[in-house]
Design a binder for this molecule. Structure first.
Ligand SMILES: Cc1cc2nc3c(=O)[nH]c(=O)nc-3n(C[C@H](O)[C@H](O)[C@H](O)COP(=O)(O)OP(=O)(O)OC[C@H]3O[C@@H](n4cnc5c(N)ncnc54)[C@H](O)[C@@H]3O)c2cc1C
Length: 382
């Protein structure tokens, strides 16, 4: 594929203008070896933190900046991105995090990347440079176009700069590990703890094979992350009577980095892997049903996100049937034969808005995000 590597927003606008209607793939820094026909435009050379003032609780960075660079800078000041970006590897760019609306284990407790995205600069499919949203926490900006770009997968625009809200890092963290015979029971348990005021910032259930990779146990287990002051966490520990194990500090952080990197916990050389999102109250039950047909699962987001891997591609119809029987579930094929990835990603009502956005920002199909748009919605039996 032809590589288009602008070094600035102005260059990006000129390149995109000259390639109107070309069906460009948009990429950060990890896909520079794209093969095949056509061309891709990458943000890899548009890098650097453009604005960071700890007292303002915001950070702005050019889209090709590595996420690690941004988070390391925030950590020097005891801060972190207000949402928790997942750990997708050192080359991950901050623009991709925004474009994917990529949100780690903290999502149900602190919001998604979309919620923390305050401002974005981008080049539309017509080559126009646009600035949307506002770089400050309290803003009266009208139409919040930035929110619509979060999760757009490079389909509407080429992001050049993003501004995220930041927050403070807690004094202490510890992970509580509990065993539940059935994954269906853990979301309700977590809800009870939250009602009791327990400061939870992560809740996941792991099937035995996944557990063995990252927890000090080999059976299926529930991991619950607690964050707060040392004193508050010590009090919480006293109040939990259920048999439990605690993991503190750096070891606890490593567990949640691994949970956030999800995909890397499953083999990608064989079998089939899906990522399913849906209502938290249904995720535990779905994982329990999938376990019965021999699948390995990682259920994060308090039940709202289920990763499912099956070693046997022939079992795929059973897995897909369990997914389509779950009313709120939406699945994306991550690894496996392409024929298992039906083409629709979104529900009919949402599709109308997606088309309108495409028409407004990229009416000539300058960008082509099809490789990322595989999935199916409930009601469409694959
Ligand atoms: C649904 C999904 C789930 C994933 N889950 C995991 C996981 O669990 N663990 C893991 O390690 N990795 C995961 N990945 C891979 C991860 O996204 C990438 O490999 C990587 O870390 C991001 O790399 P990148 O910055 O080069 O962006 P890319 O991989 O090149 O791009 C990611 C997406 O963002 C868009 N994008 C990138 N930059 C821009 C920009 N400047 N403007 C507009 N759009 C842009 C792309 O078009 C693409 O849709 C997942 C990817 C997807 C799509």
């Amino acid at each position: 594929m032809k590589a288009l590597l602008p070094a600035s927003e102005t260059e990006a606008a000129a390149i995109i203008s000259a390639n109107r209607g070309a069906g460009l793939r948009v990429t950060g820094d990890t896909k520079l070896d794209y093969s095949g026909e056509g061309a891709f435009v990458s943000a890899a050379r548009i890098t650097g933190v453009t604005s960071y003032e700890p007292r303002d609780f915001t950070v702005s960075a050019l889209a090709g900046s590595h996420l690690e660079e941004v988070t390391a800078l925030l950590a020097e000041n005891g801060q972190q991105l207000a949402f928790e970006p997942p750990s997708y590897g050192l080359q991950t760019t901050i623009g991709a995090i925004a474009a994917l609306n990529a949100s780690g284990p903290r999502r149900p407790f602190a919001g998604a990347a979309r919620d923390a995205l305050l401002h974005a600069r981008f080049v539309s499919g017509l080559g126009e440079v646009v600035s949307a949203g506002s770089c400050v926490l309290k803003s009266v900006a009208g139409l919040d176009l930035t929110k619509l770009l979060a999760g757009s997968f490079g389909n509407f625009a080429f992001l050049t700069e993003v501004t995220f809200r930041v927050g403070s890092v807690a004094e202490a963290e510890r992970t509580l590990i509990l065993s539940f015979a059935n994954s269906a029971d853990f979301p309700a348990y977590v809800s009870r703890l939250i009602c009791d005021g327990v400061p939870i910032t992560g809740a996941a259930h792991l099937s035995p094979a996944v557990s063995r990779e990252i927890l000090p146990v080999s059976s299926s287990a529930t991991a619950i992350r607690l964050e707060g002051t040392e004193r508050a966490l010590a009090e919480v520990a006293k109040g939990i009577a259920t048999p439990k194990t605690f993991v503190d500090g750096a070891a606890s952080a490593a567990i949640w980095r691994a949970i956030g990197s999800a995909r890397t916990l499953f083999p990608d050389s064989h079998g089939v892997l899906w990522r399913i999102t849906g209502r938290p109250s249904q995720g535990g039950e779905l994982a329990a049903r999938l376990a019965q047909i021999g699948a390995d699962t990682l259920t994060d987001w308090r039940g709202g996100l289920v990763w499912v891997w099956h070693h046997d591609v022939a079992a795929a119809p059973m897995v897909m049937s369990a997914i389509t029987d779950t009313p709120s579930a939406h699945a994306r094929l991550i690894c496996g034969p392409e024929e298992l990835a039906p083409v629709r990603r979104i529900k009919a009502g949402e599709e109308r808005f997606e088309r309108a956005m495409k028409q407004a920002l990229d009416p000539e199909n300058t960008f082509d995000a099809r490789p990322y748009f595989q999935g199916f919605a409930v009601g469409e039996k694959p």
